[in-house]
Write a protein that binds this ligand. Structure first.
Ligand SMILES: [Mg+2]
Length: 441
């Protein structure tokens, strides 16, 4: 029996609900619904015109309905009278197949058929900048190696504390907050959990950080590379696969602590990495972070090539401890649902085909990567990634050709719009188009 939102609203004194969904470009959209109307909305969903969002629809299409998932309910920690809900999209009595949360749930179901659950945690880096988006917020944050700078961290204590307190109240078990490797950049970590829950939290985290920054007269950005000379915003994920309480990736006898299944899963990610970039690095600006020139801190911390290793952050995949791996490809503009869905789809392919990831490479890829010319490079711009996605058999099969075509169509329109005004050259400064269209990604 689904939770009764009207009953919960009365108990928790919720006056309004935000019935929300995320479109294919990761934009969070919602309707604000008074509690008096929630009963009908819980049953039938809130109506939207699909074409008005980044979904492959026409103005002539029927109403699209966002049906809230009561299990996703979050009472806004900074405005208790509002309840936030993640939703699944429906049209003409059927789920909208080319919508991110529906796409993720389909991949989760494929794992569930074999009694497997993917657990993941995401590490969302962000910058605190001025409201105009022209500079970092803290003009005293100028160290050339700014990572873990205590003074810069504490100058933002009120804001960081409000976000961390919110996570504590929501039961996410946050455990650390730090200043990251770029001036003005921060990261906050909370516990990993199942993929759908992590994706919903990832969506909410970005909304919360941006909102609390605004309340403090600042702006937060997850843009992959907002400043050319500084480290970009990554969104690394730590991945493990479970059957009940058994970690299917853990083999203490293996040199990296991974099972055969984990290596095959990894093999699937390596096999489809270029195509996955279309989901994981979905903006034009994303390709300034990948294979970028060295930053002022001394490293980019982002991958250039498709490789894996042990506990070494210069590779696309790092195995920091037995039983899990860290995928470092994604950036702050990744759609939280497509991020998890892409990992699962490529991982299932790897397990089904028993893809061999080859031997791990224990070298510094930043200094010695050129000595390994046979290792494939990541796409150098969005166009390349889209091309790879259009030809990637495992992802076409997992998501359906029609859904991938919808995604590609919208992304190609975006590229056309960009190319009509600008040219993407890594050596040139970040374009105004990228700033206008990506600062609030
Ligand atoms: Mg980090």
């Amino acid at each position: 029996m689904a939770k009764d939102l009207l009953k919960i609203a009365k108990q928790k004194k919720i006056k309004y609900f935000l019935i929300s969904f995320v479109d294919l470009f990761g934009v969070l959209r919602s309707k604000l619904v008074p509690t008096e109307a929630i009963k009908g909305m819980q049953k039938n969903g809130a109506g939207f015109a699909g074409f008005a969002t980044w979904l492959d629809m026409s103005p002539a299409d029927a109403d699209m309905f966002a049906v809230p998932d009561p299990d996703s309910l979050i009472q806004l920690p900074w405005k208790k009278e509002i309840g936030w809900l993640a939703s699944d999209l429906w049209m003409n009595g059927k789920p909208v197949e080319a919508s991110p949360r529906v796409m993720l749930k389909k991949q989760i179901k494929r794992l569930a058929k074999n009694n497997m659950v993917l657990k993941s945690g995401v590490e969302c880096e962000y910058f605190l900048i001025n409201p105009e988006g022209t500079a970092i917020a803290d003009s005293r944050d100028t160290q050339s190696k700014p990572c873990y700078d205590q003074s810069a961290l504490l100058r933002q204590y009120d804001l960081i504390k409000e976000i961390c307190d919110s996570m504590l109240k929501m039961g996410w078990n946050p455990y650390q907050n730090d200043h990251e490797d770029a001036n003005g950049q921060f990261e906050m970590n909370w516990d990993y959990t199942d993929a759908l829950n992590t994706a919903d939290r990832h969506v909410f985290f970005k909304f919360m950080v941006k909102t609390i920054a605004e309340k403090n007269s600042l702006r937060a950005t997850f843009m992959p590379k907002p400043f050319e000379n500084l480290t970009g915003n990554g969104c690394h994920a730590h991945i493990s696969l479970w059957n009940g309480s058994k970690n299917l990736f853990l083999d203490k006898g293996d040199k990296l602590g991974l099972t055969k299944k984990a290596y095959n899963f990894l093999g699937g990610i390596l096999h489809s990495a270029e195509a996955l970039s279309a989901f994981f690095n979905p903006t034009i600006n994303s390709y300034r972070r990948i294979d970028a020139p060295v930053t002022s801190s001394g490293a980019t911390w982002s991958p250039s090539k498709i490789s894996y290793t042990g506990n070494n952050r210069t590779h696309m995949i790092r195995v920091p401890a037995p039983g899990r791996f860290e995928l470092r490809l994604m950036d702050g503009s990744a759609n939280p649902y497509l991020l998890q869905a892409g990992i699962i789809a490529a991982g299932i392919d790897g397990m089904e085909i028993r893809r061999d990831p080859g031997e791990p490479l224990f070298v510094n890829m930043y200094t010695d990567g050129d000595n390994y010319p046979n290792i494939k490079k990541l796409p150098s711009e969005l166009e390349d990634a889209l091309e790879h996605l259009s030809n990637n058999k495992p992802l076409l099969a997992a998501f359906g050709e029609k859904n991938i075509t919808s995604y590609l169509k919208l992304k190609e329109q975006e590229l056309k719009n960009f190319n009509a005004k600008e040219k993407f050259l890594k050596k040139d400064p970040i374009t105004d188009w990228e700033k206008i269209n990506t600062l609030d990604c």
